[in-house]
Design a protein around this ligand. Structure first.
Ligand code: ASP
Length: 315
């Protein structure tokens, strides 16, 4: 068994290096680093992969830089509708919520669905009611709004397009402000795998639109037999491809290694369907991959006992 490890992402997209100031890059790097330290500490103390990914994604949801929780993108109706999923590789247990508007941390609602309900996916009013009953923090709908996201929506509406977070072409307030869906995957000291993904979706999406992030097998998947995966990118394509599960299926049925399976999914199959994005994944031996077919993806990895490493662009 390899050492316990956690990997995280803060979304993929056209993160132009030339438009990113060192100060902005530092803010993202620092946010990723601190999140990795928190996840790593849970694993180092013998905590579960499930708890490590829950906490990492909860922290990322609370950072307005990323498109999840506070800082979520706007729908066409200038509202926020958030999706999240968590999966436990031990028994393929999963919990997810979609279209929630007032739950401060959608990943905690997803975790509560996993832990305390017989269901896998709750949506909208029903998911919010369940979160209330579970004692989770409920906030006003504008809690999630930021000026940068409002500017992105104006831009996207003007062009009558739906944008993947990082791809809104014109700078909002600061020319180098970029944002992203978040996710985490982990392997703990017991050999258990877990994955979590949380998002505000795509800028200017139709109210009611649900992406890949809350769907087990599409944007999130974990199976102790092979791999834990969290995706980011054009949700509609990831749904059609069952992207996260496809990595596991390639490993299980074709016997290919994790690097080969992940590259096939992101660099061949996703590209063939004009999809953009990336994923992070850990196999049961602790190998970590973070492929993407965009200019950049906010990402990082931390093995227990090692210094975390983070990246934004292609190496
Ligand atoms: N996959 C997310 C969605 O389609 C968006 C993203 O990853 O930025 O909702």
């Amino acid at each position: 068994m390899e050492k316990a490890v956690i990997a995280i992402h803060g979304g993929a997209g056209t993160l132009s290096r030339s438009n990113t100031s060192p100060e902005t890059a530092r803010k993202y790097t620092e946010a990723l680093h601190q999140t990795l330290l928190a996840g790593q500490a849970i694993l180092a103390a013998g905590g579960s992969a499930l708890d490590a990914v829950t906490e990492a994604v909860r922290l990322l949801e609370d950072i307005p830089l990323f498109n999840a929780g506070t800082g979520s993108v706007f729908t066409h109706a200038a509202t926020h509708e958030m999706d999240a999923c968590i999966m436990d590789g031990r028994r393929l247990d999963a919990g997810a919520v979609a279209g929630v508007r007032c739950v401060r941390n959608p990943i905690l609602a997803a975790r509560a669905v996993l832990d305390n309900s017989p269901h896998v996916l709750l949506i909208s009013d029903g998911a919010e009611q369940f979160a209330r009953e579970q004692g989770l923090e409920i906030v006003a709908p504008d809690f999630f709004s930021t000026a940068e996201r409002a500017a992105q929506l104006r831009q996207a509406r003007g062009q009558e397009q739906v944008f993947l977070d990082h791809d809104v072409p014109v700078p909002p307030i600061s020319p180098d402000t970029k944002f992203g869906t978040v996710g985490a995957v982990a392997l703990d000291s017991q050999g258990n795998l877990a994955a979590a993904t949380s998002t505000g979706g795509m800028t200017n999406k139709r109210p009611g639109r649900v992406g890949d992030s809350p769907l087990p097998g599409a944007g999130c998947y974990a199976n102790n037999a092979n791999v834990a995966v969290s995706c980011t990118g054009t949700g509609e394509v990831f749904i059609r491809m069952l992207a996260a599960y496809d990595v596991a299926a390639l490993m299980e049925y074709s016997g290919v290694s994790l690097p080969e399976a992940a590259d096939r999914v992101i660099k061949e199959k996703l590209v063939a369907l004009n999809g953009e994005g990336g994923l992070i994944a850990i196999d049961r031996e602790g190998h970590v991959v973070m492929p993407f077919n965009t200019e950049g993806m906010y990402r990082g990895v931390a093995w227990v006992g090692d210094i975390p490493s983070v990246g934004i662009w292609q190496e």
